[in-house]
Design a protein around this ligand. Structure first.
Ligand code: NAD
Ligand code: ZN
Length: 331
């Protein structure tokens, strides 16, 4: 394999220097691996809505300057095409030892705390975070690393509520929500009602298997206590409020979207015995399971590739909601 990091010592990266400012394309040294570290030549990085939240200053704890991007696929020396598991834990705590590195209190995530995939090369702490793509195209597969795995884990965790005949309401049919509909369709016998503010997303939801799809301003019409499960892929005050209204007693609301919303919790404010939980990404094993589903051909996700230099246009399109599935930056 010709691995051109040996021939070059600088790379293009797009870097967030200050919140609310455009990313800057610049030349940086190609990272040099030490010890267990390994370098990935990036082939595609998905643009997650979380990257917009970061760039817009909603997560001030993200250390700057930062190379964003946590949905990364590329090529690693000796391993071929790989997808990157972006949650790098301490590997000592109980979460890491039980295979939930995404919950490690000392964990660092590519594109948040460490530099991510909006660049030509990525430094990864260990090859244990690289899973072989085995025939999947890296540009197409990149979104599986987050948009694919996060709803998979969220749904896996709430299987007890997803009995045959139950109703699940899914708010936000974007990059993540479109995977969620397919897992509910294929892994449960639940009826899915999709909610979005964009009619094109409602059409997509029906195509992917939702029984019904309604505009968010009409969603209250689904009725109070009408769903055993509400999955909120937006996470604003208004969508969490909608979820709290729709969920049936003893049902569950899962917040995946991180738009900064909150909702009051307390006896008498919600239907009796309602559960509220958040869900964060997935484990390495979840990602492996999602890759297997993708290889079997059962998942359909839309990808539009965009040159890395057009990162600010891409972020703007995600901000405006002008994306059918996922944009993937290609260096
Ligand atoms: P996206 O932009 O691809 O999709 C968002 C969808 O929600 C779009 O279809 C949009 O039309 C719809 N929408 C927006 N506001 C709405 C509203 N008020 N009512 C109804 N529909 C609305 O975003 P994405 O990449 O799928 O990410 C979704 C959310 O999940 C983001 O907040 C993102 O940061 C978050 N996220 C969380 C995790 C996690 O681990 N918890 C992982 C990845 C992304
Ligand atoms: Zn993400």
């Amino acid at each position: 394999m010709s691995f051109d990091r040996y021939a070059r010592n600088s790379m293009r990266a797009t870097v967030l220097h200050a919140f609310h400012t455009p990313l800057r394309t610049e030349e940086r040294p190609v990272p040099q691996p030490r010890g267990e570290e390994i370098v990935v030549r990036v082939k595609g990085t998905g643009v997650c809505h979380s990257d917009v939240h970061i760039a817009d200053g909603e997560f001030q704890e993200v250390p700057l300057p930062r190379v964003l991007g946590h949905e990364i696929a590329g090529e690693a020396e000796g391993l071929g095409d790989v997808i990157v598991y972006a949650h790098w834990g301490c590997r000592r705590c109980s979460f890491c030892r039980s295979g939930q590195e995404q919950l490690c209190p000392e964990g660092v995530e590519a594109g948040w705390v460490r530099d991510g995939g909006y660049a030509e090369y990525l430094l990864v702490p260990s090859k244990r975070y690289l899973l072989s793509l085995e025939g999947l195209d890296p540009v197409h597969a990149a979104p599986l690393a987050d948009a694919g795995v996060t709803p998979y884990r969220a749904i896996r965790r709430i299987r007890a509520w997803l009995q045959p005949g139950a109703t699940a309401v899914l708010i936000g049919v974007g990059g993540l929500g479109q995977f969620a509909i397919q897992y509910l369709r294929d892994l449960t016998e639940t009826r899915v009602n999709a909610v979005d503010r964009d009619p094109a997303k409602l059409r997509r939801a029906r195509d992917l298997g939702a029984s019904d799809a309604v505009l968010v301003e009409e969603a209250a019409g689904l009725g109070p206590e009408s769903a055993q499960v509400v999955l909120d892929f937006v996470g604003s005050d208004s969508t969490l409020g909608l979820a709290a209204m729709l969920v049936r007693r003893a049902g569950i609301v899962v917040q995946v979207g991180i738009a900064g919303g909150t909702t009051p919790f307390g006896m008498g404010l919600l239907s009796p015995e309602v559960h509220f939980t958040s869900s964060v990404s997935g484990s390495l094993r979840d990602l492996q399971a999602v890759l297997e589903l993708a290889r079997k051909g059962g998942l359909d996700w839309h990808v539009e590739s965009v040159p890395l230099e057009q990162v600010n246009l891409a972020l703007d399109r995600v901000r405006r909601g002008d994306v059918l599935g996922r944009l993937v930056l290609v260096p």
